[in-house]
Design a protein. Structure first.
Length: 628
């Protein structure tokens, strides 16, 4: 057995051994410390004194503190992150297990004050502090809750915002309307973190927002009815919007942030702390806990469907039989998670049956393009061998094609939620949070699925539109930006493999330019690595060290585009084989992004999964005798 075959077998054995009894894989969806901090703050606010649980969260937060007193979002965020540091400082004080005089807390305070104090934190951290009595709500919140009453025909309405923006902004609008805040006997005092209490802490967020939203306010003023009655109707509708979208585990849209905010919004509406809806929501959030290196972490959501679809596909690419128990169990799990309920996606895509897949284990109403194509890739062998499941396939493909944006690309969650006027909304993350536009990663991966699994090529009108969109979206240096991974390597991998799958010529100038870019950024050790800074700076920023996941993406793109084995490919394969036991900061470095500048994702499955896929594709292309 040669080194290549041995590494493929090693990765296969790791993945198979970590499958759950129900057929899924539940690798952690790790997103830094914010969720851990907010969980402590929520439990203390609700006076749920689950001490063992709170102490475990405290342990993890303390373990992540830097020597300068700060907390970071990612390894190479040089000085630290002020919002994350404020959240950690507050949660640790509220936990009661630390005091302001502890050395680590003094270091955190020094870092916060040195970097501008509470005036410089991001909007969501300010909202959390306002909800818990540490920050004064603005006297006037310029986005009124009556926004919900505007019809979808209005130039800007509630459903023009992305689903992620809607489910997080709506409870904020309710709480802001009531200027709701709640303190307890344990509430710490953070007033010493203000450099100047007389400065309006919301001015940066709200100054431009007021003028930007004036057309919406004018539309609200034209609504027929008495202002107070309309206002109460809007609040009731906002409450119902949340309640109608609670999943079986009690969470709102299966996101930690929206559920956290919903609990406060419901209390603003008069719900008691012990109300059944609130108690179940808390239990739902607690169910997101996972263990990482013997530390308890609260996940932002679970990633079971995503992990399972990708891993099952990866194992099948490595020649694990579709009749094996591993794949059979994975198939049954995925079949059980196909969506049959209508969600908000149907507002912009009417007269189409549900049929996609969502990201998390509990998700039933929020399907997305990436999980749908990933699940279909994994299930293809089942559909071929057992025609009884063809309806599953047909329904999902029909939903997938119906979700193509008018511009030719594919979004993540909802169709045509990409009004250009909203991308200038002055909110952290900008258009990345507010909108759900076509992206190179989603479009490329959808084309890859359509080409390799349905045999559609660039002569099909809907495929040609996707191809044309990708050509237009390519950056001048030859790369593509990927929204849901880090970042330009991810987008370029998806675009190249998608274009090749639908039979775009390998010598096409667009592909050749992208290939040249990948070789140009290859590191001396043969690998590739990209910094999370790429998303904020809107340009490729090298990580200065290679990662196995970035290397696998780059290699897979080159394997699709090149006819012959090149020195760059050989060097990349060598890197993957020589780093099989690598376990340093690059292993845990985030390879996914949730909200640019807000939170980044370490997918624990990626370090095994994507090297396996790249090595398997290399074997098939250049060493096919290994599969005979």
């Amino acid at each position: 057995m040669n080194q290549l075959e041995a590494e493929v077998n090693r990765l296969v054995n790791i993945l198979i051994s970590e499958q759950n009894l129900d057929g899924s894989w539940s690798y952690p969806f790790e997103t830094g410390i914010s969720t851990d901090c907010y969980m402590i703050i929520l439990l203390r606010t609700l006076e749920i004194n689950d001490e063992d649980f709170i102490y475990e969260l405290v342990r993890r937060i303390l373990n992540k503190q830097e020597k300068n007193g700060s907390w970071k979002l990612f390894y190479d965020e040089e000085k630290g992150n002020i919002s994350a540091t404020v959240e950690a400082y507050y949660a640790l004080l509220y936990s009661g297990y630390l005091t302001k005089s502890d050395p680590g807390m003094r270091g955190a305070k020094k870092f916060i004050l040195k970097n501008g104090g509470l005036n410089e934190i991001n909007m969501f951290t300010k909202v959390m502090l306002a909800l818990t009595g540490q920050y004064k709500w603005p006297s006037y919140f310029p986005m009124p809750v009556e926004l919900l009453l505007l019809p979808t025909s209005f130039p800007v309405n509630f459903f023009d915002f992305s689903v992620y923006a809607r489910v997080n902004l709506l409870p904020i609008l309710i709480a802001a309307d009531y200027t709701f805040s709640i303190k307890t006997a344990r509430t710490p005092d953070l007033s010493n973190l203000f450099l100047n209490r007389n400065v309006d802490g919301w001015e940066r967020e709200l100054h431009d927002l007021r003028s930007f939203l004036s057309p919406i306010q004018q539309g609200i003023n034209r609504l027929i009815g008495y202002p107070n009655e309309l206002h109460q109707l809007a609040l009731e509708r906002a409450e119902q919007y949340m309640l109608q979208r609670i999943e079986a585990d009690g969470t709102f849209y299966s996101y930690f942030s929206s559920t956290f905010l919903m609990i406060f919004a419901l209390m603003a509406r008069g719900y008691a702390k012990q109300h059944p809806v609130i108690k179940k929501a808390v239990q739902g959030l607690k169910s997101y806990q996972t263990s990482i290196n013997n530390y308890t972490h609260i996940q932002f959501t679970t990633a079971n469907v995503w992990n399972t679809a990708l891993i099952s596909y990866g194992l099948q690419e490595a020649e694990i039989s579709s009749s094996s128990e591993t794949i059979q169990k994975a198939n049954q799990y995925l079949l059980s998670r196909q969506h049959f309920l209508y969600g908000d996606w149907a507002v912009h895509n009417q007269n189409v049956l549900p049929g996609g897949w969502g990201f998390s284990d509990i998700n039933t109403i929020n399907p997305d393009i990436d999980d749908t194509t990933a699940s279909l890739r994994s299930l293809q062998s089942l559909i071929i061998n057992e025609p009884i499941y063809y309806q599953t396939w047909d329904r999902a493909v029909h939903w997938l094609l119906s979700m193509q944006n008018n511009d030719g690309g594919w979004p993540a969650f909802e169709k045509n939620v990409n009004k250009s006027i909203l991308q200038w909304l002055p909110v952290e993350g900008g258009g990345k949070m507010i909108l759900d536009p076509s992206t190179a990663d989603l479009t490329g991966r959808t084309l890859e699925f359509l080409g390799n699994f349905t045999h559609a090529d660039h002569y099909y009108p809907f495929v040609k539109k996707g191809v044309d969109w990708l050509f237009q979206d390519q950056k001048k240096d030859g790369s593509w930006y990927g929204r849901w991974g880090i970042c330009y390597i991810y987008g370029t991998w998806a675009a190249i493999t998608g274009l090749i799958a639908v039979n775009v010529r390998k010598d096409h100038p667009s592909i050749q330019k992208a290939v040249k870019w990948l070789y140009n950024i290859q590191n001396k050790d043969g690998g590739w690595g990209e910094s999370c800074k790429s998303d904020a700076e809107k340009r490729y920023v090298p990580l200065q060290e290679s990662t196995r996941t970035h290397t696998a993406w780059a290699l897979d793109a080159l394997l699709a585009a090149e006819k012959e084995e090149t020195p760059g490919i050989k060097q990349g394969i060598h890197f993957l084989l020589e780093t099989s036991e690598k376990n340093n900061w690059t292993t845990t470095y985030p390879k996914g992004q949730g909200l640019p500048g807000g939170f980044y994702i370490h997918y624990h499955s990626y370090e095994h999964l994507f090297p396996l896929i790249a090595l398997s594709h290399y074997q098939k292309k250049f060493n096919p005798e290994l599969f005979k």
